[in-house]
Each structure stands twice: as C-alpha cells, then as structure tokens.
Design a protein around this ligand. Structure first.
Ligand code: GCW
Length: 659
C-alpha cells in the first residue's frame, strides 16, 4: 500500500519541496518495482505528483513503455546508493534498498525535465558517509534561560512543547520528508544538555521518542537520543554512574534493551559529558574512553552507535592565566585516548577548536586520531552568525572545512568516517528556519554530508531550482547575489581576522568587544594600545599551533606565513602589522567594517528588487530581517571601529566617520 505524502499544517512553507518541483515526474508514466516499506513511500510520492500533473504510476509492468522505472534489484549499491541511467526513452533508477530508491527518486526530482531528455550512461550515487545527522538542541521542558530550543532562532520545537510531546506528527513527517530530499538520515531529538525532564526520554518517556521515530522512519530517518551520563543515578537510583561499575553497566544494558523494544531501528546515543556542567566519567577518575565504551557496550548488541562529543574544556578558567588555552582542550583530552574507543563509538568533534565562530581554523583533532572514528559537527543554527536575523549562507565555510587536508592525503570530508552532523536550525516557525533564506543552510548541509566535495554554489543552484521551480533568471541571479558572499560579508562587519568572540555574552547576538575579555570562558582577544590577537605559537604562545601536522603547524606558527584570515587567532600583532593583502591590521579592520555594511545595504537593495518574483509573505519576512541586519551591522561596524581607534589612536587613512 502506497504511503500518502504527509500534508504539512496550513500555512507551513513547503521549503524545497513545493508540488511544482515534481512537475517533470508527475506528468509521466512510471513503473515502481519491489517491496519494502520505503518503496511505499516512493510510490506515495510519485502517485501524489501524478495526481497533480496528470501522469500515471503502476506497480506491475503491463502497458509499457514507461518514462521512468524505479525499482529494487541492483546489488552492491549499499543500503542508500542508487544507479540511474537513461536509454530508449526510459529513465531507470535501481537501488539495493528502499532508502536508496527514495534518494534516487529525489535525484530525478532535482534533475526535473533533464531527467527525461536524451540518453545517458549509467551513473551510480552513494553517500560518502553512512551517518548524516541533525542534532536538535530542543528541550522538552522550557529551560529558564535557554527556552524551548537552546540557541534556537526558528520559534519553538518541532517535537516538544512546555514539558510535553507536541504530538504534531504530520509536521514531523513533513520534516522527515524534507530531510530525505537533501540526504539527511538521522535526527537526535533532544538537547545535548540533558535536564531533568529530558533525561526521562530514555526510560519512562521512551514512548514519546518512539512516536517521533515512527513519523520519521518512512523517509529513512533514524532517531537518536541525547542521554545524561548520570542517568543510572537520576533515573536508576544507583549510588554511582561509574563506567566501570558492574551495576552501572547492567543498568545501561537494561535501559538500552528497553529502548530497542520501543524503537527497533534506534540509532543510538549522543553524549555531552564533562562539558559545561554536564556529568561525565571524570567524577569517577575514569577516562572519556571508559565513558564512551560503557554506552557503546550497551548499544552494541542492537547495532547502535554512541556519539561522544569532544567539546570538553575548562569553562571556569581564570582570565589572568595565560597558560591555559581553550583551543587546545579537545586535542589534549582526546588524542592520548586514540585506539581505546570501541568500534561503535564515534567521537563527535566540532569543526573548529573553539565554538562555531564565523572564522576558525579546522580542529587539529580531526585527523590526529587514526584509530578513532570521528564525526564532524557544524552548526546550522546561527548562534554566532546572525541568529537567523542576518543572511549568512554557510555552504562556503563548511565546504572549506570539508576540503581542508590536515595532512597531505585525506581531507576532512573523507576523514569524517563517523559521519557529518549539524546542529539543526529548524523549528515550528512557518518558514521552518525563521529566516526563509536560512533554509538554504539546512539543505546545503544535507547535500554536503552526502557529498562533502560537492561545489557549494552548485548545491545552492539546486536549492533555488527546487524552492522556486518556476524562477525566472533574475530571481536566481538575485538569490545568488544575496547568498553567495553572505558569510564573508558577515565576517567583514563582525570580529576580524579570526579573533572571534566579540559578541554579547550569554545570548551571543550583537557586538560587545570586551564582553568575554575578563570572563571564565577562555575566549579572549588581548587587545591593548599596541596590538591585538592571541599568541598560539609553539615558540612564544600557548603551543596550540603545534597540535597540527606539517605543513600547517609551520604555516600557522609564523605570522609571516599564517593566512590573513586567521592571523589574530594564532598571533598577537601590532596594529601596524602589514597583512599579505598589503594593508595594516588596523586599516583592514576599518575597511572591512565599512565594506561589510555596504554589502548588506546592497543585498537589501537587491532583495527589494525581487518583490514581484517571490511570494509576498516570504518577501516581507526577508525584507523585515534585512532592516534588522543592517541596523545590527552598523552597530558592529561602529563599535568595532571605535574600539580599535580608541585603543590604537591610529586614524582611518580614508578619514571616514569613526566615533
Ligand atoms: O555553542 C555552545 C553553546 C551552548 C551549547 C554548547 C555545546 C548545547 O553556546 O549553548 O550547548 O556550545 O555545543 O554543547
């Protein structure tokens, strides 16, 4: 029985799956072969498209020929791969498993009419990694400081509301469908900071998680859960959560068995331990390998995986202490443990050593643990990149990270054997992501997770073509004009040259140059009257640069060879230091801040010109956010420029207004 396409609630934006995106498929004659629950999903999709566009879909060949044949049968493509070819007027998609067939269908949808033109040789498509996950930092109960969704800028949670499961499973199904169409296959449904209500999802509230899993499963999305390391104490009533204690091991084994009774295809656990106040193995004098292996052992009989986060650092640092460097922490904690993690334990590493700043070097931990499976975590929710009030398309940043080669041979995209993970930017907002253009970040993440070497601009083309199926050329050009360079624009008007952190403490929106300067968080810029930046060299600084393999350790070590965009991350330099660009640091700060604001003004102007080409609601929402982005960008420009002018006393060589 074909599965009906989920219908989103009234008023919810179709994002990259408007019905017009299915026109090419829906107008044709399609044969679907094979039996598998996901084949029913494929059938439902094609049947719905045919209902709208007049085509026909059958399950048994009778009145061929067909324009499109989708079928199970091919061997060797894995659970998720598919092959596609066209000859004699028929486009054929074959897969070994239902998920592969679904991804093949969405591939044909993306091709549109081109899928049915000419003949072409068979192509095979397989995801680079088996795990492509979105982590939701969604709380079940509203947290007094962080709210329903920690760092969420898209309304409430899709899953939870004020202590309860929301129960809007139609919307969850629609979400799963959007995720499948960009290649995401796993969702972790609760925040990595696990508070009291959330902890219980593991035990007496597992039924609520099972409902979400049922809603996501038809689109090939597996469900994962963030758990508290202290669960044996807080839920099980044991006196300890020591990972080497037998009663603790038994407790996790039993709890996990019951999870699998409720959710047979459960993906596994995500754990934030000994980090920002979360409990962990350090309390028992045990290592993070001991901690991860405890959960790995409980999951192993059921085929699950533990994603153990490497975001472990001292958040109670004394700012006077110049020897501790937060950037070093993940490497220092985890590299000595290489080889000790169980096969089904994945080490989930943030892409940079700090915390999702607009510019960071790639974490030196990635590639430094050859016997450990790393997953690389990026942040689609724009905590430090404009909180979905600013346009900041992160495709180019993620692509740079994924193409980075820690050593000569493999790049990050290849090294991420444990998969790619993004902190989701979706919520119950009618546009899913608050800012309608932030949908592009969610889509781009999925596609880069499937193919880390994909060209981000080509991914954006796909997103545009799907989201605006009848887009005239000026709309596509306009969208590229406002999105392509938006990350660099954001970088220009915010914290310069990789220094990061000049944000308002707590909520992280808007400028506050010294907001974190005398704080315990390990996030300093050390600006004084002579210069700015953090000396992380091995020779005179914290030694962080030495955590990289060659050539990077050497390149970053010297201020002469360190790339301009990371100079202040690695070095403390005088304001008169001349960059590779030929400008002094201080003049670079002034110039980029004036340019950044001009670029926002220009983007706002371009967007205003698109008024007749996108729906009114979407246009108005984006236009309104551009007003805020511009206001905020000017604030950033003026605070940063004034701060550095006052510190350095060096005037802008072009005599522009600084306060
Ligand atoms: O980016 C920081 C955030 C915290 C978050 C933490 C983490 C979920 O400011 O809100 O907590 O990182 O990644 O664990």
């Amino acid at each position: 029985m074909s599965l009906p396409v989920p219908v989103p609630p009234e008023g919810v934006d179709p994002a990259w799956l408007p019905s017009a995106a299915f026109r090419a498929v829906g107008g044709r004659r399609t044969l679907i072969r094979g039996s598998d629950p996901l084949v029913e999903t494929v059938h439902g999709e094609v049947a719905e498209a045919c209902r709208r566009f007049g085509g026909r879909v059958v399950r048994a060949a009778s009145d061929g020929p067909y324009d499109l044949v989708l079928g199970l049968g091919a061997d060797g493509l894995g659970e998720e791969g598919f092959a596609v070819a066209r000859s004699g007027g028929t486009t054929t998609v074959t897969a070994s498993g239902g998920r592969g067939l679904l991804y093949g269908l969405f591939h044909v949808v993306r091709l549109g009419e081109a899928a049915f033109r000419g003949d072409w040789a068979p192509e095979t498509h397989r995801p680079a990694h088996a795990l492509r996950m979105l982590d939701h930092w969604d709380n079940v109960a509203v947290h007094p400081v962080m709210g329903q969704v920690e760092r969420g800028y898209a309304g409430g949670s899709l899953f939870w509301e004020d202590g309860r499961a929301r129960g809007e499973l139609g919307r969850v199904r629609t979400y799963g469908r959007l995720l499948a169409a960009c290649g995401v296959n796993a969702v972790c449904v609760n925040n990595v900071n696990v508070h009291a209500a959330e902890a219980r999802l593991l035990t007496d509230r597992i039924g609520e998680v099972a409902d979400l899993a049922d809603a996501l499963r038809p689109y090939g999305v597996r469900t994962h859960l963030s758990v508290s390391f202290a669960a044996p104490i807080v839920l099980g009533g044991l006196p300890t959560a020591d990972p080497l204690d037998v009663s603790v091991r038994d407790w996790w084994a039993g709890a996990t068995r019951r999870v699998y009774e409720a959710i047979p295809d459960f993906g596994g656990y995500v754990v934030k331990a000994d980090s920002e106040g979360q409990p962990g193995p350090f309390a028992y004098g045990r290592s993070h390998a001991d901690g991860a292996n405890l959960l790995a052992a409980a999951l192993e009989p059921h085929g699950g995986t533990v994603h153990w986060r490497a975001f472990v650092y001292d958040h109670r640092q004394d700012w006077r202490d110049r020897t501790t460097d937060r950037a070093r922490a993940a490497y220092d904690h985890f590299v000595p443990l290489d080889g000790e993690f169980a096969a089904n334990a994945v080490l989930q590493v943030k892409h940079g050593p700090m915390d999702f700043q607009v510019r960071e070097p790639v974490s030196p931990l990635i590639g430094a643990m050859p016997s450990t499976r790393p997953a690389v975590e990026v942040q689609a929710t724009q905590e430090y990149t404009g909180q979905q009030r600013h346009v900041c398309w992160l495709g180019p940043m993620w692509s740079e990270v994924l193409r980075f080669r820690p050593e000569q041979d493999l790049c990050v995209g290849e090294l991420a054997r444990g998969g790619l993970v993004a902190v989701s930017n979706a919520g119950d907002d009618p546009f899913w992501t608050g800012h309608p253009l932030a949908q592009a970040n969610l889509y781009t993440f999925g596609r880069l997770a499937w193919r880390p070497d994909a060209e981000p601009r080509a991914v954006l083309d796909e997103w545009i073509a799907l989201t605006f199926p009848d887009a005239p050329a000026p709309l596509a050009d306009g969208l590229h004009a406002v999105l392509d360079g938006s990350w660099r624009t954001y970088e220009k008007y915010t914290a310069p040259l990789g220094v990061g952190w000049m944000v308002q403490p707590g909520h992280h929106y808007g400028p506050s140059v010294d907001g974190y300067e005398y704080s315990p968080w390990g996030t300093y810029h050390f600006a004084d009257r002579d210069g700015v930046g953090v000396d992380r060299s091995a020779a005179t600084g914290t030694g962080y640069a030495g955590q990289y393999a060659k050539p990077w350790s050497e390149l970053y070590e010297s201020r002469d060879t360190c790339p301009d965009e990371l100079l202040l991350f690695f070095h403390h330099v005088p304001y008169g230091h001349v960059l590779k660009s030929g400008k002094t640091v201080i003049q670079h700060i002034y110039d980029t801040h004036f340019e950044g604001v001009q670029e926002v003004e220009e983007a706002r102007r371009v967007w205003a010109g698109l008024a007749d080409l996108v729906g009114q609601g979407r246009h108005a929402r984006v236009a309104e956010r551009y007003e805020e982005q511009l206001r905020s960008a000017r604030e950033w420009r003026d605070q940063i420029n004034s701060y550095f002018f006052r510190k350095s006393g060096v005037p802008d060589e072009r005599g522009r207004r600084i306060y």
